[in-house]
Design a protein around this ligand. Structure first.
Ligand SMILES: NC(=O)c1ccc[n+]([C@@H]2O[C@H](COP(=O)([O-])OP(=O)(O)OC[C@H]3O[C@@H](n4cnc5c(N)ncnc54)[C@H](O)[C@@H]3O)[C@@H](O)[C@H]2O)c1
Ligand SMILES: CC(C)(O)[C@@H](O)C(=O)O
Ligand SMILES: [Mg+2]
Ligand SMILES: [Mg+2]
Length: 348
C-alpha cells in the first residue's frame, strides 16, 4: 500500500502500478464472481471484470428489462446469466449490486448462500452501516468488503473502454478468511478503478449520501435553477440564461478545472471575472454551508437512509421517480438545454 501526501495529509492508497491487473487475476483465479443486479453498477462492474479476464457470472430477475439487457450484452442464460438465487449459490464472491432498497428485500435469499469462506461485496456502506434499519447482518465466517466507484456505473464502463479509470474507495468490514485485503483490492482493480483509497463502511455511506445530495446532484441542480430563474425573471432569453448558467460551465470552465484545478480555470478568465468571482465566493459559501451541515446531520442520524428506504421500497417507486424526472426534462430550462446540445457543431 502506497502512502501519498494529499495537500499535507498522508493517506493509504493502492495504485495500478503497485497492484497490477496480473496480480489481481492471480489473486482471484479460483473465484467465481457473482454480480447480483444489472441496473447501473452491475453492467459497468461485470463487463469490466469480464473484459479484464475474470471468471464472472450475473444474477438478475428473469422477468425484467435488465435481464434482456444482460443477454444483449453477451451474458448467456444458464452459462453466465442466472436467476439471483442460483448466481448466489454458484458465486464464491457475491457482489451485491441490487438497489439499496432491494438489498433489504433479497437479503434472506443471499444470506442462505453465504457459506463459510465466501465474500460478500458491496459498492455502498448503506446496508451494513444502517443495519438496524436494513436487517443486513452477515454471518461471521464470510469476508465483508466494499469497493465504491466514485461515479456512475455508466462512467465506470465508458472510462474503462477509453483506457481511463474511475477512482474508488475500498473497505473491509469483516476479514474472516485472512484474504479480505487481497480480495477487495483485486476486485477494485478488476472493476476498472483508477486508484483506490481506503475508507470504512460508515465513512463511505456518510460521504456518498452527502455528496450526491450536495454538490454532485442536489445542490448543483438547485444552484443552477436559482441563477437561471433570476436571469429569466430579469428579461434574459432562455438561450442566454442557459448558456450563462449550464453550457459554459460544462463545456468551457469545468474542463479547465478538471484538467488543472480551480486556480487554472480562474487564470483563464478575465481579471474582471476573477475579481468578481473571488468576492462572491464568500456569500455563496456562507449561504450554503448551513445547508450542508444540516444535510450531514440528517445522513448521520439515519433520517436520510430511512427516507430512501421508505420511498424506494414502495411497489410504484420507479413510476414516481420517472414522473419527477419527466417534469425536470420538460421544464423550460432543460428543454432549452436539449436545443442547445443539438446546436453543438459536433452534434450536427
Ligand atoms: N448507480 C451507480 O452508478 C452507483 C454508483 C456507486 C455505487 N452504487 C451502489 O451500487 C448498488 C447498486 O446500485 P444501482 O444504481 O446499480 O442499482 P439499480 O437501482 O440500478 O438496481 C440494480 C438492480 O436491482 C434490481 N432490483 C430492483 N428491485 C428489485 C427487487 N425487488 N428484486 C430483485 N431485483 C431488484 C433491478 O432489476 C436492477 O437490476 C447500490 O448499493 C448503490 O448505492 C451505485
Ligand atoms: C453515482 C453516484 C451519485 O456517485 C452514486 O453514489 C449513486 O448513488 O448513484
Ligand atoms: Mg450513492
Ligand atoms: Mg457516489
Amino acid at each position: 500500500m502506497a502512502k501519498m501526501n494529499f495537500g499535507g495529509v498522508e493517506e493509504n492508497v493502492v495504485t495500478r502500478d503497485e497492484f497490477p491487473l496480473s496480480k489481481a487475476l492471480e489473486t482471484l483465479k479460483n473465484e467465481t464472481i457473482a454480480v447480483i443486479g444489472y441496473g447501473v453498477q452491475g453492467p459497468g462492474q461485470s463487463l469490466n471484470l469480464r473484459d479484464n479476464g475474470f471468471n464472472v457470472i450475473v444474477g438478475q430477475r428473469k422477468e425484467s428489462k435488465s435481464w434482456d439487457k444482460a443477454v444483449a450484452d453477451g451474458w448467456v442464460p444458464g452459462e453466465t446469466l442466472f436467476e439471483i438465487e442460483e448466481a448466489c449459490q454458484r458465486g464464491t464472491i457475491i457482489q451485491y449490486l441490487l438497489s439499496d432498497a432491494a438489498q433489504i428485500a433479497l437479503w434472506p435469499t443471499v444470506k442462505r448462500h453465504l457459506t463459510p469462506g465466501k465474500a460478500l461485496y458491496f459498492s455502498h456502506g448503506f446496508g451494513i452501516t444502517y443495519k438496524e434499519r436494513t436487517g443486513i447482518i452477515p454471518p461471521a465466517d464470510v469476508d465483508v468488503i466494499l469497493v465504491a466507484p466514485k461515479g456512475s456505473g455508466t462512467s465506470l464502463r465508458k472510462m474503462f473502454l477509453e483506457g481511463r479509470g474511475l477512482n474508488s474507495s475500498y473497505a473491509i468490514f469483516q476479514d474472516a478468511t485472512g484474504k479480505a485485503y487481497d480480495r477487495v483490492v483485486a476486485l477494485g482493480i478488476g472493476v476498472g478503478s483508477g486508484y483506490l483509497f481506503e475508507t470504512d463502511f460508515k465513512r463511505e455511506v456518510y460521504s456518498d449520501l452527502t455528496g450526491e445530495r450536495g454538490t454532485l446532484m442536489g445542490a448543483i441542480q438547485g444552484l443552477l435553477l436559482a441563477q437561471y430563474e433570476v436571469l429569466r425573471e430579469n428579461g434574459h432569453t432562455p438561450s442566454e440564461a442557459f448558456n450563462e448558467t449550464v453550457e459554459e460551465l460544462t463545456q468551457s470552465l469545468m474542463p479547465l478545472f478538471a484538467e488543472k484545478g480551480m486556480d487554472w480555470m480562474y487564470a483563464n478568465c478575465s481579471t474582471t471575472a476573477q475579481r468578481g468571482a473571488l468576492d462572491w465566493m464568500g456569500p455563496f459559501h456562507d449561504a450554503t454551508k448551513p445547508v450542508f451541515e444540516k444535510l450531514y446531520k440528517e445522513v448521520a442520524n439515519g433520517n436520510e437512509a430511512q427516507r430512501s428506504i421508505d420511498s424506494n421500497s414502495q411497489p410504484d417507486y420507479r413510476e414516481k421517480l420517472e414522473a419527477e424526472l419527466t417534469a425536470l426534462r420538460e421544464s423550460e430550462m432543460w428543454q432549452t438545454g436539449a436545443v442547445v446540445r443539438k446546436l453543438r457543431p459536433e452534434n450536427n
